[in-house]
Design a protein around this ligand. Structure first.
Ligand SMILES: Nc1nc2c(c(=O)[nH]1)N[C@H]1C(S)=C(S)[C@@H](COP(=O)(O)OP(=O)(O)OC[C@H]3O[C@@H](n4cnc5c(=O)[nH]c(N)nc54)[C@H](O)[C@@H]3O)O[C@H]1N2
Ligand SMILES: Nc1nc2c(c(=O)[nH]1)N[C@H]1C(S)=C(S)[C@@H](COP(=O)(O)OP(=O)(O)OC[C@H]3O[C@@H](n4cnc5c(=O)[nH]c(N)nc54)[C@H](O)[C@@H]3O)O[C@H]1N2
Ligand code: SF4
Ligand SMILES: [Mo]
Length: 680
């Protein structure tokens, strides 16, 4: 183990812990024991020294005077935010005494963890925490808020989350960024595309909002929200009709191409144009460009799968590269996520066998508000870490109402007094990832990376793993699995993985090299992890569970009688709600804007810069509008998950639906409808 944390001055290796595909290698500059500068590590094989503004500013976040230093106990009303300092001993006693009582009276399922990937470290996000809550017998949380709908959709087509090696995409001649704001959310993929552009590659962006990414495209295609599957099916219609498909590839590596050919006859460019808002001639142009350019690469984003039909939409788009045989060309194909290449021994790390009751209930995190308010056997205690549900979770008014209940014993472990922490009974201070030991698996660039502490713990803060060890001890649990060290956890997670891509990668190797790449090989020729081993254009597995076996356009659900589709996506300078409490990042973003089409503005007498009320039956917000052509008529879009600031009404998720998507229990943030009116 390297001991960077003890050294007062110097430059030390690190990795970005944020929930971002790029997972950059970092160099941390220290003076007098403090981080004074963060820069990209030029030796990182993919990110090569370039990092985003967010993380360049990270010292401001680490040494922010608002950062939590010691445990707190609520003294005021729930949500009011008044607390008094307590010791760790007292905090752990309070929590475990309460939990022991609840287990006695209501059973362990009355307790639930709530977490996500505020820190992508595997030990922090899905390691010791899982072991502890399994042993406790707590209700299980289905962690579906981000990408599970698309992951399932991609899986039905391609078997698992395997895509192109992104470094190979430098060879691509056509990039389609489909429902991804890559300039902000996958900057190194964008940088590769820019480099390829110098060699003649073209960049197409398909999005409902002409934002920072769309503005930089060679061709921006605006589309109506939730209709992308129809566009992809229209492209397939043209590819088959004009004999632009790769018959050899289809025969060799796919099943269902005969059925698909018949099926897509109905998706005529005329019909598809009416559904998507994309002109017929553009559908022809796109299909022909796609067929005639090789290698072509599709970066499938998260935006298209945060919809009622998001899983099927990703499944459908994932079929496209097979039609033109792109997987055989270096850099051709698609990436939705590459997470399967780095699958480590999750069962060993999480020890699901510690959970005795195999029928323990599972609660979908996208419906946490509803669950807190209306379960027959109520949730009596929630332990939140690595997430800020009061801001990020859908149907946020319900979430906050749930958190406010006097009889919910809420514990929050975070670096800051987040909107969620304001409702807590006990708040525990968390270390930042730079203070921890952990290992990281990028879901884009196929490198496993290590973090060893580069600074001492801030104040009395503790990493997640340590807190769960303390809780386990105070609960009286004796299972050795709950007390293994971080190094033991990393070592074990990399053993017996059954995954040939990472075979031979060890903790020692990571400690020495910092970045180790999966042993990649091209997907084709080869066998996929689908039942047939091939790309499944027709999926019997889907038919078996009552889903359409062929890619299909399914309209969004009825979301009430509101005229505008509402798309609240992430922004450039925050990472979900992280950094939204930081003055510098807020000043870079200024304020959330609602983009509205000129036609919709005119018909409501709204002018650029006006403040509008945005509402539906779930909630309301007040936002400044930007009038123009960045969105199609009938659509409004905004960016960023904003924190509560005095005098503002920016809780965008108070407006979003908590319906569950078609696949994987996914979220439907972008399938809501709203109305807007000028605030006089
Ligand atoms: N700067 C920054 N980077 C981030 C994040 C952040 O908050 N800020 N968040 C991180 C996380 S957790 C994730 S999951 C990723 C998400 O990053 P992305 O994969 O980029 O996904 P989103 O930003 O959710 O949405 C991408 C785009 O989809 C568009 N969109 C919405 N609905 C539709 C639709 O129906 N069709 C089409 N074609 N487009 C649609 C939105 O307008 C948006 O521009 O980014 C990660 N990186
Ligand atoms: N409207 C709308 N809502 C969305 C989205 C959207 O596009 N639009 N995107 C959704 C998506 S894709 C995602 S992934 C979710 C993300 O939602 P969250 O996972 O809640 O992400 P953050 O808001 O970044 O909150 C992470 C929290 O973890 C804390 N944290 C960081 N490191 C640690 C640690 O080591 N230990 C502990 N205990 N805490 C730590 C941070 O301080 C921060 O408060 O939001 C979803 N919500
Ligand atoms: S947030 Fe993403 S782009 Fe920025 S430093 Fe971290 S991994 Fe790199
Ligand atoms: Mo996400």
């Amino acid at each position: 183990m390297n001991t960077y944390a003890n050294q007062k001055d110097g430059i030390f290796p690190s990795v970005c812990s944020l929930d971002c595909p790029d997972q950059c290698g970092l160099l941390i500059h220290k003076k007098d024991g403090k981080i004074i500068k963060v820069e990209g590590d030029p030796n990182h094989p993919v990110t090569k020294g370039n990092i985003c503004n967010k993380v360049r500013n990270v010292p401001e976040r680490l040494y922010d005077e608002k950062r939590l230093q010691y445990p707190l106990k609520r003294v005021g009303k729930k949500g009011e935010g008044t607390f008094r300092r307590i010791s760790w001993n007292e905090a752990i006693q309070e929590i475990t005494t309460h939990w022991k009582g609840l287990i006695e009276t209501d059973g362990p399922e009355s307790i639930i963890p709530y977490s996500f990937y505020g820190n992508m470290g595997n030990l922090s996000a899905e390691g010791m925490d899982r072991r502890f809550f399994h042993r406790l017998g707590a209700s299980q949380l289905d962690r579906t808020i981000c990408s599970t709908a698309g992951t399932m959709g991609y899986k039905y087509t391609m078997g698992c989350s395997f895509g192109v090696d992104p470094v190979d995409t430098l060879h691509a001649k056509l990039f389609i960024f489909w429902g991804i704001n890559a300039v902000s959310t996958n900057m190194h993929q964008w940088a590769i595309a820019q480099k390829a552009r110098k060699n003649g590659a073209k960049i197409v962006v398909i999005d409902v909002h002409k934002n920072q990414t769309g503005r930089m495209a060679d061709w921006f295609i605006p589309i109506l929200p939730g209709t992308d599957a129809a566009l992809a099916l229209g492209m397939m219609h043209i590819l088959f009709e004009e004999n632009l498909v790769d018959e050899t590839f289809l025969h060799e590596y796919t099943i269902g191409h005969v059925e698909l050919r018949d099926h897509v006859v109905q998706y005529t460019p005329g019909a598809v144009s009416k559904i998507t808002g994309v002109p017929e001639e553009d559908i022809y142009r796109l299909a022909r460009l796609y067929a005639e350019t090789s290698p072509s690469f599709i970066r499938i984003g998260n935006g298209i799968q945060h919809h009622d039909n998001g899983g099927m939409c990703v499944r459908t788009i994932a079929c496209l590269p097979a039609l033109t045989g792109q997987w055989l060309h270096r850099g051709g194909g698609a990436i939705k996520s590459n997470s399967s290449y780095l699958e480590y021994n999750e069962t060993w790390l999480q020890q699901p066998d510690l959970l005795k009751n195999k029928n323990t209930r599972v609660i979908n995190m996208n419906a946490i508000g509803e669950a807190l308010l209306s379960l027959e056997k109520p949730i009596k205690s929630m332990y939140v870490y690595q997430s800020n549900p009061a801001v990020v979770a859908p149907s946020g008014s319900k979430v906050r109402q749930g958190l406010e209940q006097e009889d919910l014993f809420l514990v929050v472990h975070d670096l800051f007094l987040t909107e969620t922490a304001k409702y807590a009974d006990i708040i525990l201070p968390a270390t930042s990832s730079y203070e921890n030991t952990d290992f990281y698996c990028s879901y884009w660039h196929n490198h496993i990376q290590i973090q060893e502490p580069v600074i001492e713990a801030y104040g009395e803060s503790k990493p997640n793993t340590d807190v769960f060890r303390l809780l386990a001890k105070a609960m009286g649990f004796e299972d050795p699995a709950l007390f293994e060290t971080d190094v033991e956890l990393i070592t074990g997670a990399l053993k017996n993985t059954g995954n040939p891509y990472i075979e031979g990668i060890t903790y020692e190797m990571l400690a020495e090299k910092k970045y180790v790449k999966a042993n990649l090989k091209p997907l084709f020729p080869g066998k996929l992890e689908t039942p047939s081993g091939k790309i499944e254009l027709y999926s019997q597995m889907m038919a078996d569970v009552g889903l359409p076996p062929l890619p299909t356009y399914i309209p969004l659900c009825d979301d009430g009688d509101f005229p505008l589709q509402f798309v609240p996506a992430p922004n450039h300078n925050f990472l979900n709600s992280t950094f939204s409490n930081n003055e510098k990042h807020v000043s870079l973003e200024k304020e959330p804007k609602l983009h509205i089409n000129i036609q919709d503005a005119l018909s409501r007498s709204i002018e650029d810069g006006d403040v509008v009320r945005v509402w539906n039956d779930r909630g309301d917000c007040k936002l400044k509008v930007s009038v123009g052509e960045n969105v199609l008529p009938g659509v409004v879009a905004t960016q960023g998950l904003w924190s509560d600031r005095p005098g503002t009404k920016h809780h965008l998720n108070s407006l979003t639906p908590d319906r569950i998507a078609d696949l994987g229990g996914g979220a439907t943030f972008f399938s809501g409808r709203v109305d807007v009116e000028k605030v006089l």
